[in-house]
Design a protein around this ligand. Sequence first.
Ligand code: GLU
Length: 432
Amino acid sequence: MDPSLLSDASKRLENALQYVSLSEDVTERLKYPKASLQVSIPVRMDNGSLRVFQGYRVRYDDTRGPTKGGIRFHPHVNLDEVQSLAFWMTFKCAVVNLPFGGAKGGITVNPKELSRLELERLSRGYIDAIADFIGPDIDIPAPDVYTNPMIMGWMMDQYSIIRRQIIPAVITGKPISMGGSLGRETATAMGAFFTIEAMLPRFDRSPAETTIAIQGFGNAGGLLADLLARAGYRIVAVSDSQGGIYSSKGLNIPGIRQYKESSRSIQAAYCEGSVCSIVEHEIITNDDLLTLDVDILIPAALENQITSTNAPHVNARLVFEVANGPITSDADLILESKGIKVFPDILVNAGGVTVSYFEWVQNRNGLYWALEEVNQHLKHRIVEEAGAIWQTSQDLKVSLRTAAYIHALNRLGDAIQSRGTRDYYVNTVKRL
Ligand code: GLU
């Protein structure tokens, strides 16, 4: 377990705190998660044996509303990571002005080693273990790394069995047939796409003259590559957990995605057979990808990919963080000193949770929106908040990350202060 992840995450908070006037109470409150739950989940495996998995759910801060955040299935999941991700969710929800606090959950497991039935038993077992910690007005989970609508469906079903009523609003990112929102699966990529489109004109570049490298070819990275390629950008490199490919002329993204879907292989970013024969390409590593000389670098895999070790070798002009926490706080400083502008995760990947919010609203209203309506609302919100963050960073001459934290902190600070602070208490005592 890496004990430094949450403290590294809170360094961003400290940077931003210099620019906002908040009471000590607020800053003290935001240093700690509200509640962290660790559970053991016994699962009967297909061969009859019993395995016990570790699961977590952390509710970081609920001042602005019920807490919100995904559930990740990954072998490296641990409490520190889940707490850090819950911290990020708190700021992300405030950045896009959702009436939610931040949370996160996870199970330490390699889901690729489980059969579908084992995965279902594990997902239902997790909900059995955390049912009293979640709820449509308490904490609302969603998908994250290696979880998907099918898993959200099992989880919603299990929660409904426990409560003896159908409660779709307890979880978002569900299958459409169970109350999922149109556009939720594509929302993270869409949100990132809208941010890039809104910001690029400020750098005087047209899509055709913009080269892009994307690390991660999953739900977010793969789809974003597709959206960007269709909009005329030149995607010169992509990778997945096995490695990557590069072509200075630009890759055939629809072909690579098609291949990945049909092969269902995690090595799908590699071109085999006919798929990529259209353009020549080189095999590269994930590390190579991060240091390519490109206009835009998009880390869309996991956290801690750009650290003080490789940051000096990053050659991109702009970085858009689609993964959560791909750049460490030390690396931030190095990139800043090199003049590289980083658009932070809590803005760039906020499309997912924004459409989760729309899903929750639809579930509670019982009235469902058309896809165009979902995407229109998403675009409006992302473009507006991105513009405000850009303006703050220009006005205060701070990085876009610090500007995003300032933006979120103003909203969080207001909410915390409205609930009563030490100043209020001190004044009340004086009056007595
Ligand atoms: N897991 C996504 C995130 O990190 C989505 C969370 C949600 O929809 O609640 O933003």
